[in-house]
Design a protein around this ligand. Structure first.
Ligand SMILES: [Zn+2]
Ligand SMILES: [Zn+2]
Length: 138
């Protein structure tokens, strides 16, 4: 098995240690991600069934996506950095932000979701597979 994925918030109060491999690496240009990140998109590593160890106590807030999926977003109460996202209806899933990794170069975006919401100033790699909204679930 490869090295764990380790990272945390900007101030170091919240830390994660993930054993497993991401099943997808996704740039998302939806309006929620824009609002929450303050810029054009979020960059996310999606894990399923990974072993996650956490240090520190993040705060959480919940939002509901356009498809009705409830998302619980964890952020550091001290520095405000978003750190991870979970889904109450899908407890296997654990999603982290690429730049929260100690080695952010391990992120290699594969797909772009919600290009319908893209801002004209937010340029993405034209070689990536894009979806107007969410990719169809299989
Ligand atoms: Zn922090
Ligand atoms: Zn999004």
């Amino acid at each position: 098995m490869s090295r764990p994925f380790i990272g945390g918030c900007a101030c170091g109060a919240v830390r994660y240690h993930i054993t497993g491999e991401p099943v997808a690496m996704v740039d998302c240009q939806c309006r929620q991600c824009q609002r929450e990140s303050g810029t054009g998109h979020t960059s996310n590593l999606v894990f399923t069934g990974a072993t996650v160890k956490l240090e520190g106590q993040p705060n959480h807030w919940q939002s509901t996506g356009d498809g009705g999926t409830v998302k619980s977003r964890a952020f550091c109460a001290t520095c405000g950095a978003p750190v991870y996202m979970t889904f109450p209806a899908m407890p296997d899933y654990f999603v982290i932000r690429a730049a929260s990794l100690d080695e952010p170069e391990r992120y290699h975006p594969q797909i772009v979701t919600w290009t319908d919401g893209a801002q004209p100033w937010d340029r993405i790699d034209p070689s990536l597979t894009t979806f107007a909204k969410m990719p169809p679930t299989n």
